[in-house]
Write a protein that binds this ligand. Structure first.
Ligand code: ADP
Length: 307
């Protein structure tokens, strides 16, 4: 097990193949349009985050599920090339998850996601996987029971990215250190914890962060797109400390997968012992690189000296 001891980040989560077709306009109900081209690329928030953590310098393991089909090799390909450990990926009877993405000439899109094998990352599957090493990263594209089981098996801090928003147990939120959310997800998380406290705070991310801390969450990072992120933590005296970490000023061409890049990079630098603010600063730089390049995993930096 010597190899496993060196794992610094474990991501338990989703992996998909994104099927992206480019067309002049999106078809209406019952209509067929001719598309210009299509691409098959690896995606899924869990896989994106695992790749980001590995590229950000942490030896990373991805635990998820793919089908016994041709798409599985595409779903895992970039992670494998980057050196993410995949030995505990489950082979499911269900097909590899796919996201069917139609994009028109104005970059408007419509997306249908088939969870497929990702639905088999449930509590039993996570328990069967055994010990989870290093910083644990979770998101909302696997069953909630799988998330709870992973938190129960965590040996180190838990980075919980509530994206997409799913219903979790109070204990899952309280295990997060940090909870990583955008403004909308922060509001939805607080609504689950205390609907009355959330009232009227939709667009007040500082108050959302304070209220999430007041619920007992150890730390919260709210991502703010081109404005970077807000880091919120309780200090030793039990006072909420908030600091905004500015993003790089860049020319954004495609923000697909930027949130996942941020979360993976943040986890990698937390695993290396940085403070939350230091790790958030690195995550901002890592994510800013990705928005300047097209695609999700394809946009992640392979050479950190470029950041
Ligand atoms: P999500 O897509 O999950 O809502 P955000 O849009 O908040 O996430 O983006 C996640 C992170 O990506 C931000 O915190 C920031 O670090 C980076 N980022 C996103 N958009 C930009 C941008 N226009 N310029 C620089 N950095 C960006």
């Amino acid at each position: 097990m010597a190899e496993d001891q060196q794992i610094q980040v474990t991501v338990v989560g989703s992996s998909n193949v994104d099927i992206t077709a480019l067309m002049n306009r999106l078809p209406g109900p019952g209509e067929t349009v001719l598309a210009d081209s299509y691409q098959l690329t690896p995606g899924g928030k869990g896989a994106n985050q695992a790749l980001a953590a590995q590229l950000a310098g942490a030896q990373t393991e991805f635990i998820g599920a793919v089908g016994e089909d041709e798409h599985s090799a595409i779903a895992l390909g970039q992670m494998e090339t980057a050196g993410v450990q995949l030995g505990r990926v489950i082979r499911s009877q269900e097909p590899t998850g796919v996201a069917i993405i139609s994009v028109d000439s104005h970059a408007e899109n419509s997306i249908a996601v088939v969870s497929g094998a990702n639905a088999s990352v449930d509590a039993a599957a996570v328990r069967n996987a055994g010990e989870l090493h290093g910083v644990l990263v979770l998101q909302g594209e696997i069953p909630a029971a799988g998330i709870t089981a992973a938190i129960a098996a965590a040996k180190d801090r838990v980075v919980l990215n509530l994206a997409p928003v799913i219903t979790l147990q109070r204990g899952d939120f309280l295990a997060a250190n940090p909870l990583v959310v955008n403004e909308h997800e922060a509001f939805e998380a607080l609504k689950q914890l205390d609907a009355a406290a959330a009232e009227g705070l939709e667009e007040n991310y500082e108050q959302l962060a304070r209220q999430l801390l007041a619920q007992g969450i150890g730390s919260v990072v709210i991502t703010l797109g081109g404005a970077g992120c807000l880091v919120a933590e309780m200090d030793a005296a039990g006072q909420a400390q908030l600091s905004q970490v500015a993003a790089m000023k860049v020319n954004a061409v495609d923000t697909t997968g930027a949130g996942d890049a941020f979360t993976g990079a943040l986890a990698a630098h937390l695993a290396a012992g940085e403070t939350l603010s230091e790790a958030a600063d690195f995550a901002n730089r890592f994510a800013a690189y990705t928005v300047q390049h097209p695609g999700a995993q394809a946009s992640y930096p392979r050479d950190l000296s470029q950041l």
